[in-house]
Design a protein around this ligand. Sequence first.
Ligand code: NAP
Length: 277
Amino acid sequence: MSDQPQVTADSVPLAEDMPMLGLGTWQNTDPDQCAESVATALEMGYRHIDTAQAYENEEYVGEGIAQADVDREDVFLATKVWISNLEHDDVIETARESLDRLGVDYVDLLYVHWPSRTYDAPETLAAFDELYDEGLVRHVGVSNFEPRHLDEARDLLDAPVFANQVECHPLLPQDTLREYADDNDLNLVAYSPLARGEVFDVPQIQQVAEKHGVSEAQVSLAWLREKGVTAIPKATGEAHIRDNLASVALELDDEDVQAIDSIDREERVVDPDFAPW
Ligand code: NAP
């Protein structure tokens, strides 16, 4: 692998005020490890951290932010309200609990985690509007929403829908949801942007990685950026955290993008029984 160029926080492009590369934290649940991953990422140049009530690590994510030599105002912090907490009063109460666990006065983005179980669009979204009006939440987001849920949410909310966070990577390019986001002025955030490791074995991705002397992870992340999509790869140790950040300096050419677009294998890696599709 060639020497990696130095990437700083300023090199990460923004989607409005959201850095287009962030750190995912699902299953990073050991208290010390999780805090260390977050602090390492922030000190390296990440300014976007993704967690959720359901990850049971908000407290450790908060510790990592406190430990890092980076001001809280310079961090774009996102969390999500779980599907058992989407009745109006539960949204308000558990969002406040999330802020307490994270040790912050506001989050930059609060998502509805899934349009499932206790989700009731008018009731749930009214609570999100209240949190937005109070300034506890800078942006309202949704996750795992299909176009029909997005139409309904945009109709009901006073606050703009800032982002839809969905699984997206070269094996699940999400053309329809990307087009919806572009047409309706909202941001697409890709979760599982490495397909939880599945992209590493795809020949087209391996070939592009070899051509540029970079990792397959970087190719997948650069392809997402090329498509205008924000990515939040989960990485635990410094080497993966650094490798993913270096994707910001990787410029794919048209031939690379076409090669990846032509992959005909499709794979969805997150598919719980409460999914709306
Ligand atoms: P992912 O980011 O696609 O893949 C994570 C896996 O790839 C981990 O095993 C990680 O290992 C490994 N990895 C990371 N960087 C690597 C590199 N440069 N080289 C080799 N291996 C590397 O999967 P994900 O965790 O499912 O998705 C990312 C984030 O999206 C989550 O953490 C979470 O914040 C969010 N998410 C949201 C939802 C939702 O419903 N909204 C669903 C799923 C995920 P190490 O941990 O050992 O570094």
